[in-house]
Design a protein around this ligand. Structure first.
Ligand code: HEC
Ligand code: HEC
Length: 448
């Protein structure tokens, strides 16, 4: 299928694509996946062999380093640590580690369990599942295009990919290794690894280089070639009229660009800053949680404890506050990148929103009220037609190599949204006018 035409096609073509894709609405794993046989392991992730085969098609091994040239080379270079220049040896080593379940305590979990190639490099679960089927508090973001992020994790507690990769292996509910030494021991007997570490970094296997190699591999996962990018580059026909209207709203009335800037030099759609947009505020007693957090951190403020509290306890909801202990950061999370967003549902740090329609509804009502809500969040008064336009724009941010999956997911979310969203009265979403605006507008009228 010519995927650039995706959004200009009528419903009939969508239906054909859907049928061709084998489109049952629920498959063996997660809602929206094709019933077609994807071989799966005991935790529901696609098998390593299957993921590697797909990855090889998406980015042939020999071209992995070259793939990064899709980023602006100057910007990309600025995000590569001095001690980890990208080489084919490092990428190959990192790829092997990324898929290696021996790095988990019971041999069932690898990075690719939760960042599965067949699922947009996520797990498509609200909260991730690690060893012993333990479920964490946070939603797994995609690792695609993370090379350009300034901080890692929803709360930014890790400064780089190389550093980030060392955390999940030691987290008790993710991969559960008791120490760095234990993790290294699990793979030390593999002569292939001994040689690969030596070739990649010129020294014996060690935990920092393990993180670096995984980071190097992740930097090659560049998936930017979306209909939207082609439109930005000047191909007006790459985007449907509906998505183009969505782009105008994104920059204007809906004010998304304030936190999700997207332009040729910032392709990610993240300002790399932290905001409380009131996702799960309704359920939280932020004051009580903040007190508990301060006590816990006073006892142990280590990197590892922070990781455990963020992923395994209710303190997760405090977001950036856990890192800075600054009250202004309560409930604030890093603006996520929104590339390939069509294939990474469910959404938000806690996976609480099932579809992109739910996401826009959230913004349209002005989030959940709370003391720490970002000033940029207030009711938007978007009509149903405008909501559809924004959703069309969001689905146009998916790399064309995932076009089929994106189409299938669009259909599934649309069906789910039609069923699950309350019947809406166009008047309901109307934004209240604030008292000072009455005065200002009144004054303007009397000027005329
Ligand atoms: C049990 C599931 C699980 C496993 C295993 C796992 N992750 Fe994650 N990953 C997550 C979750 C959940 C988050 C978000 C956690 C947070 O923000 O506190 C995350 C976050 C990340 C991020 C940050 C992305 C961003 O936008 O900030 C990267 C990169 C990442 N993981 C890579 C890896 C690598 C590399 C491995 C293997 C060493 C790995 N993950 C293993 C679930 C998992
Ligand atoms: C004040 C800053 C801000 C504004 C304005 C904003 N966002 Fe966000 N956006 C965020 C933050 C922060 C998150 C993550 C919040 C969380 O998980 O608690 C987020 C999450 C998202 C997600 C989910 C991403 C994922 O991987 O789960 C989407 C999609 C999204 N925003 C789209 C939009 C759109 C469309 C608009 C305009 C209608 C918009 N945002 C306006 C800051 C903002």
């Amino acid at each position: 299928m010519d995927s650039t035409r995706f959004f200009r096609s009528g419903p009939w073509l969508a239906a054909v694509c859907f049928a061709l894709a084998g489109g049952a609405l629920s498959g063996a794993g997660v809602a929206g996946e094709p019933a077609a046989e994807v071989p799966r392991d005991e935790l529901g992730a696609a098998t390593v062999a299957h993921q590697l085969e797909l990855l090889g098609k998406l980015i042939p091994d020999a071209e992995a380093v070259k793939a990064t040239s899709a980023f602006d080379p100057v910007v990309f270079a600025a995000h590569v640590p001095d001690d980890n220049a990208l080489t084919p040896e490092r990428v190959a080593l990192g790829r092997k580690l990324y898929f290696d379940k021996r790095l988990s305590a019971d041999g069932t979990v690898s990075c690719a369990t939760c960042h599965d190639v067949t699922r947009g490099f996520t797990d498509r679960l609200p909260g991730s599942m690690g060893i012993g089927r333990q479920v964490g508090k946070r939603n797994a973001p995609t690792v695609l295009n993370t090379a350009l992020l300034q901080t890692m994790f929803w709360d930014g507690r890790s400064p780089s990919l190389d550093h980030q990769a060392r955390q999940p292996i030691l987290n008790p509910i993710e991969m559960g290794m008791s120490s760095e030494a234990e993790a290294l021991k699990a793979i030390a007997g593999d002569a292939e690894y001994q040689e690969a570490f030596q070739k990649a970094y010129g020294r014996k296997m060690n935990y920092e280089d393990l993180g670096r190699a995984i980071g190097a591999f992740e930097r090659t996962l560049v998936f930017l070639d979306s209909p939207f990018r082609r439109f930005l580059a000047g191909d007006a026909s790459a985007l449907s009229a509906e998505a183009q209207a969505g782009w105008e709203l994104f920059n204007g009335k809906a004010r998304c660009a304030a936190c999700h800037p997207m332009n040729p030099s910032n392709p990610l759609g993240s300002d790399n800053r932290f905001h409380n947009i009131g996702v799960s505020a309704k359920r939280q007693n932020f004051e009580g949680l903040a007190q508990k957090a301060l006590t816990a951190l006073e006892k142990d403020a280590s990197e590892q404890n922070l990781d455990e509290l963020a992923i395994g306890t209710d303190l997760s909801e405090l977001g950036r506050f856990m890192v800075t202990r600054n009250r202004a950061d309560i409930g604030a999370f890093r603006t996520p990148l929104i590339l390939n967003i069509g294939i990474t549902a469910p959404y938000m740090h806690d996976g609480s929103l099932a579809t992109l329609w739910d996401v826009i509804d959230h913004y349209n009502k002005g989030g959940e009220a709370n003391l720490y809500l970002d000033g940029g969040i207030e009711p938007l008064a978007l009509s149903e037609a405008e909501i559809n336009q924004l959703v069309a724009l969001l689905f146009s941010l998916t790399d064309v190599r995932f076009a089929e999956q994106n189409q299938r997911e669009f259909e599934r979310q649309q069906a789910a949204a039609q069923q699950n969203r309350p019947v809406r009265d166009e008047g309901l979403a109307l934004r209240r006018t604030l008292p000072y605006e009455d005065r200002v507008m009144g004054a303007k009228k009397s000027d005329q």
